[in-house]
Design a protein around this ligand. Structure first.
Ligand code: GTP
Ligand code: MG
Length: 455
């Protein structure tokens, strides 16, 4: 994750050795480096005294093109209303900026418009908060028209309350991290113009979402189960999508590589079909502007029959990551959907940690999407957990109806088959819409009431 690059430490304003950039290479390739690396001081609060790490902020900074050159963590119970950190700390950061020849200060939380202004005035260099940084990475990685519109909408919503009295700072924007997306000219126009742009973007996004809605409605009508991948950013969702379906979704060791949703067909053991969707990853303190702007994309997750929650088992803060993901799932109305937890990157976990994690996350499936180890077990678990309808039936399918069994394998959950003289005896859990078509073969329907009873 650490960029391989050497830089000459020049004075601010002097020309720096810009890292090489290969043609129009994508920012998501492993060798891409921004044309200009800014030098950033990272600042965080350690609330309640627990050792908060700024490692994640450092990874986010690098993804946006800023190299962390110094870190400051202040221990205090709540932020200072005017300057976020205390007065003494402001002085300390100021000195550090000069010592490290930094161009930007990045705070690990969202700053209020007032705090942002005060700090910009005090430091005289660009001040970014966690929200602006995440928005910037999204802007860098947006590919589709819908993704770009969603990011711009989120950026403008972030900007509006911060416009007033920001004239001077605003005109400084336009080069480097924290400023991609709405161009400088757009930023300099008045609020009204921005509001009009916001309405236009909302409308465009709604139109684009409708197209996807039509496709989704088609999938829903087809009655096959829908699995949604969800998880902390960089946990391996796209790698998992590829391992499960043979797709070639983009994989990169960076936060928020995937922004556009993608859906593929999935074959479960026994032949049952399902679809699986990959979408944008989550993060602690995910900006609410982004959740709002990406609502139509995230709705896909909210309408799934099963959530495959991909967690990075090698992450030191695994539990917090799982918690952060569940929080966002709650926000988008997906909290009640059955969930399978995949403890991914198991290949990076040593024996002792494996035992501890297996005890702690009973029922989760350990695996490596990268090596493929354990993927079979995950498919079986998906097959078990994916609701297949509420009715268990026993059927006698005559041999002169060769169309019935394949359909059952495709659309229902076949539990057992037994060849008899008159035909094949099948027990299966079937979705309600199939009941009519199967009525003529039914030996005994058994109502299953709860999900727990089904397992
Ligand atoms: N060692 C190991 N690395 C993995 C595994 N799964 C994924 N990775 C790596 O983790 C990084 C992130 O993988 P992605 O599949 O892009 O993760 P993602 O969750 O889709 O990330 P975003 O789309 O950015 O939120 C890549 O460098 C992968 O090669 C695994 O099982 N083991
Ligand atoms: Mg991805």
């Amino acid at each position: 994750m650490t960029p391989q690059r050497t830089r000459t430490t020049g004075r601010r304003g002097s020309s720096r050795a810009a890292p090489e950039r290969i043609g129009s290479e994508s920012p998501l390739s492993s060798t891409w480096r921004p044309a200009v690396w800014e030098r950033a001081v990272l600042v965080g609060l350690s609330l309640g005294g627990d050792e908060d790490s700024l490692d994640e902020l450092a990874a986010l900074s690098r993804a946006a093109g800023a190299e962390p050159v110094a870190r400051v963590v202040q221990s205090r119970s709540r932020p200072d209303p005017a300057t976020f950190v205390g007065k003494g700390k402001v002085g300390e950061i100021h000195d550090m900026i000069h010592a490290a020849d930094a161009d930007a200060v990045i705070f690990d939380d969202e700053l209020s418009p007032g705090q942002l202004r005060n700090l910009e005035e005090r430091f005289g260099i660009k001040v970014l908060d966690r929200t602006a940084l995440i928005l910037d990475i999204f802007a860098l990685h947006a590919r589709s028209g819908e993704g770009k519109a969603q990011v711009e909408l989120a950026q403008l919503n972030y900007l509006v309350p911060r416009l007033r009295g920001w004239g001077e700072a605003m005109s400084r924007l336009g080069g480097g991290i924290g400023t991609r997306g709405p161009g400088e000219t757009k930023l300099e126009t008045d609020r009204q113009h921005i509001r009009r742009r916001i309405s236009k973007l909302r409308k465009d996004i709604a139109d684009l979402g409708r197209t996807r809605g039509v496709k989704r409605a088609g999938r829903e009508r087809s009655g096959i189960g829908q699995v949604a991948l969800a998880g902390y950013t960089n946990s391996g969702k796209s790698t998992m999508m590829n391992a499960l379906t043979g797709a070639d979704a983009l994989v990169a060791d960076q936060p928020f590589a995937t922004l556009d949703p993608a859906t593929r067909r999935l074959s479960l053991p026994g032949g049952r079909k399902a679809t699986v969707s990959d979408t944008v990853g989550f993060v602690r303190k995910l900006p609410h502007e982004l959740v709002e702007a990406f609502k139509s994309t995230l709705e896909e997750v909210g309408r799934a029959d099963l959530i495959l929650h991909v967690a990075d088992a090698s992450a030191a803060d695994l539990d917090e990551q799982i918690e952060a993901v569940r929080e966002v799932l709650g926000e988008i109305g997906a909290a009640g959907i059955p969930e399978v937890i995949a403890l991914n990157k198991w290949d990076l976990v040593d024996e002792t940690a494996r035992r501890r994690l297996a005890r702690r996350h009973d029922g989760a499936v350990p695996l490596s999407a990268l090596t493929g180890e354990g993927v079979e077990g995950l498919l079986e678990e998906i097959g078990r957990a994916l609701p297949a309808g509420d009715t268990e039936v026993t059927l006698l399918v005559p041999f002169d109806r060769p169309d019935v069994l394949p359909r059952l394998y495709r659309e229902a959950d076949v539990r057992s088959t037994e060849p008899l003289e008159e035909g094949t005896r099948v027990t299966a859990r079937v979705p309600d819409r199939l009941l009519g078509a199967l009525a003529e073969f039914m030996l005994a329907p058994v109502r299953v009431r709860s999900r727990a009873a089904r397992r």
